[in-house]
Design a protein. Structure first.
Length: 405
């Protein structure tokens, strides 16, 4: 039996109160039943049951739920060793300690009884002190098993509840991600958390008819804490509720986020951030970053002349230190363009030779043409999957592709 390894209470009395020592004697001789009853009489921690009909042994055991079974080896209508087999074949009694009673000491029969699953062998009737010691010894071991199984079942139930709640939380996080757009701006994305709840999040929305905000953040770590910080930061960006903040000014947005989410008030968690605003009239992107990988703009008059531009500004992680300065920069967007913003989990993947993919190598992947009918963003995801091999990504995978009409 593969038993779960759990740490349980070391108080045996507490366990015995939940599972009292319960003895079932199976013996066709009434005199033996009475003798054992008298031996156990007065023992407040022991409950005694007697079954004189071996044909009723299994039903009786299932009813009284013994912590130890005393069973005679010589009975009419059924062989004692056969009954041992029945007890061990029945799921309800399979692991109940079984002490066989015999009128004599025979090595061959004793060996066969043990091979069939008996736990102990007594030549009847033993001294009362010895019988009580064996009953308590075997019962306590079985009670510990019952206690351990119950704890495991509670742990499983708790884990299932936790998994359900995590799935609900993950669904909520996914519901906050923006839908793909198609018009003046076309957006596509892939988001694959490395655990049920990740620290990545991203969004985009029109600030007005001409200005389109794009942002992606990556909270350190994973799990509930990272997801909560990520959601909080995203909500203030979507609702534009940062006080005295010009959301058209990326550097001002990062400064406000740094002041709003200091790591000492966020359980020592911080996040990296890229924030940009596209103006469709001037066809420019104004952007700022804080400790985040550069966004990549592939732009030119046409596909052949297009070049990759790395969009990154100096700046530390958000929440790391107070009063950090962030800076904005601007780049023009050509007629042909592909814009990518992503988390480091997209490219920080070990290659077959054991080295990690470099950012420059990943940028080369971004600039490669896709096959006819294949979306660029799907090709990039497949590249990362092939590089990662089997199993989930070690870090959250967040990749957003934008095309400006």
């Amino acid at each position: 039996m593969n038993e779960p390894e759990l740490v349980l209470s070391d108080d045996p009395l507490k366990a015995l109160k939940r599972h009292p020592i319960t003895v079932l004697l199976v013996d066709d001789q009434q005199i033996i039943g009475e003798a054992v009853r008298r031996m156990l009489e007065g023992e407040e921690d022991i409950i005694f049951h007697y079954c004189s009909d071996p044909a009723q042994a299994i039903p009786t055991a299932m009813k009284v739920r013994p912590t130890v079974i005393l069973q005679d080896l010589v009975m009419p209508e059924i062989d004692g060793l056969t009954l041992v087999r029945y007890f061990r074949a029945n799921p309800a009694t399979r692991y109940v300690p079984l002490i066989v009673l015999s009128t004599k000491e025979e090595a061959k029969i004793k060996a066969e009884a043990f091979s069939l699953g008996a736990n102990d062998y007594i030549v009847k009737l033993p001294d009362k002190i010895e019988l009580l010691a064996r009953i308590r010894y075997h019962s306590r071991g079985y009670i510990r098993l019952l206690e351990r199984n119950e704890a495991y079942e509670k742990l499983q139930a708790s884990q299932e509840l936790l998994n359900t709640e995590l799935q609900q939380a993950a669904s909520y996080v996914m519901s906050l991600l923006p839908p793909p757009l198609e018009n003046d701006v076309t957006t596509q994305w892939h988001f694959i958390p490395s655990t049920q709840l990740g620290g990545d999040s991203f969004g985009y929305h029109w600030l007005d008819e001409e200005n389109f905000a794009i942002y992606l953040l990556d909270v350190c770590g994973h799990g509930v804490g990272a997801a909560l910080l990520s959601i909080s930061a995203m909500n203030v960006l979507r609702s534009q509720t940062l006080r005295n903040t010009d959301f058209y000014d990326p550097a001002a947005v990062l400064c406000a986020l740094n002041d709003t989410f200091p790591m000492e008030k966020q359980n020592n968690m911080f996040f990296t951030m890229w924030y940009g605003v596209y103006n469709k009239k001037s066809r420019t992107i104004t952007y700022s970053s804080g400790g985040h990988p550069p966004a990549i703009l592939i732009s030119g008059d046409d596909e052949k002349s297009a070049k990759a531009h790395s969009l990154k500004t100096p700046g530390l992680v958000i929440g790391g230190m107070p009063d950090i300065e962030f800076h904005s920069d601007t780049v023009e967007v050509g007629k042909f363009n592909k814009f990518y913003v992503y988390s480091d989990g997209v490219y920080e993947i070990d290659k077959p030779d054991g080295t990690m993919l470099e950012l420059d190598e990943f940028i080369d992947v971004l600039t490669q043409p896709s096959k006819k009918g294949e979306r660029d963003i799907d090709r990039i995801l497949q590249f990362s999957r092939n590089l990662r091999g089997e199993g989930p990504f070690e870090d959250d995978f967040s990749l957003v592709q934008v095309t400006f009409k």
